[in-house]
Design a protein around this ligand. Structure first.
Ligand SMILES: [Ca+2]
Ligand SMILES: [Ca+2]
Length: 372
């Protein structure tokens, strides 16, 4: 009897192994022997083909609506790297999901949403725009034709539109909230729009959390920061209603934070070098409209910026001891702005054309942390 039971168990194990082998030879896994596909990160997450997935048994992945894209080291052997890639109407409870457009849904007028069911003990969502090409804002810098927004959370979060590939975006969520909708709202059909947005759920207490209220969070000791919809000046993207080309920063208000690291006391900010219009928040910058004798690229600070679009760098100083806390105009203060405050607040007044703000590209700044 014991021999029969052992034989049965052996047969079951052999069948399970065969099943696993079959599952590993699905189309996505056909090249799983490629070392690139056998990369394992932590107990629960895995990286495959540039995407982050969850390391799960094959059938768990399928049951949760994921797609097996490679192998990974599971607790008791080889697991499947399960990627959650969804388009309009999709749902996901995974720690990392991808919200993508599809050829038909991107052009339709209406809402296209990914519903995120919150995992336990999650305090923030982080969106990373692997690709985000939505309609341009209107002449006032408002996202009226198409925009991305997060629904189901408290607080106000900027709507974004235009070109934002490479940008990221944090949203605080309360412990008992959810599900959340990551939505692309299309008011005017745009067959050229396309997106692939990674959505991560970040655990409470994680070192990956951004400080509360920061829409953007930069963790490196040096880096570059761009306003939303900062892109090529000689844009071929023309607004369908106004016919305007060029580029416009969005009329949104939010905070950008930099990780404060021990041994560093200041952040030094400079405008990107060798790039036209790298800091253009206010003024008419169309050469055809230039006023004789009035310089087009002019720095303005502090009280001169009230009621327009500006950056706040609290406790900022420029060369010497000049205090520069509020910055607008069309030239970043030379040669830098230094602050012991590790954040920048972006304030806008919700209009551009009305203020004679023309060709305001926004800002592209470099930062570096300075030792104490
Ligand atoms: Ca402006
Ligand atoms: Ca404005």
């Amino acid at each position: 009897m014991v021999r029969v039971m052992v034989a049965v168990i052996v047969v079951i194990l052999v069948v399970m192994c065969l099943l696993h082998t079959v599952s590993s030879q699905s189309p996505y896994n056909s090249t799983y022997r490629d070392p690139k596909l056998l990369v394992t990160v932590t107990a629960s997450s895995c990286e495959v083909l540039g995407q982050t997935g969850s390391c799960l048994p094959y059938f768990s992945c399928r049951k949760m609506g994921g797609t097996v894209k490679g192998n990974c080291l599971f607790t008791f052997g080889i697991g499947d790297c399960c990627v959650f890639e969804k388009t309009c109407g999709g749902t996901s409870s995974a720690r990392t999901s991808y919200f993508t457009s599809s050829s038909t849904t991107a052009t339709n007028v209406g809402s296209c949403s990914l519903s995120i069911s919150k995992s336990n003990n999650v305090c923030q969502l982080r969106l990373e725009m692997k690709k985000a090409e939505l309609s341009e804002p209107d002449a006032e810098g408002a996202c009226n034709d198409q925009y991305l927004e997060i629904q189901g959370t408290t607080g106000s979060h900027p709507r974004i539109c235009g070109l934002n590939t490479g940008q990221h975006y944090y949203v605080d969520v309360s412990r008992d909230a959810g599900p959340f909708l990551v939505t692309v709202e299309t008011i005017v059909a745009n067959s050229a729009s396309s997106w692939n947005i990674q959505v991560q759920q970040i655990s409470c207490g994680s070192t990956d959390l951004a400080p509360t209220g920061c829409t953007q969070y930069y963790k490196s000791p040096s880096g570059q920061v761009k306003s939303f919809n900062y892109h090529t000046l000689a844009s071929s993207r023309t607004h369908p209603s106004t016919g305007l080309t060029g580029t416009r920063h969005l009329q949104e208000t939010y905070r950008i934070c930099v990780r404060q690291q021990s041994g560093y006391c200041n952040v030094k900010w400079t405008a990107a070098q060798g790039e036209d219009y790298a800091f253009t928040l206010t003024d008419n910058l169309n050469p055809d409209n230039q006023i004789p004798g009035f310089p087009m690229f002019n720095s303005a600070v502090n009280e001169d910026c009230m009621f327009t679009d500006y950056l706040i760098i609290a406790e900022g100083t420029t060369s010497g001891t000049d205090s520069v806390n509020i910055i607008c105009g069309s030239k970043f203060p030379d040669p830098y702005v230094r602050s012991k405050n590790f954040e920048v607040t972006v304030i806008t007044n919700k209009v551009e054309l009305t203020d004679d703000d023309i060709d305001n590209r926004g800002f592209h700044l470099n930062y570096v942390l300075e030792p104490c």
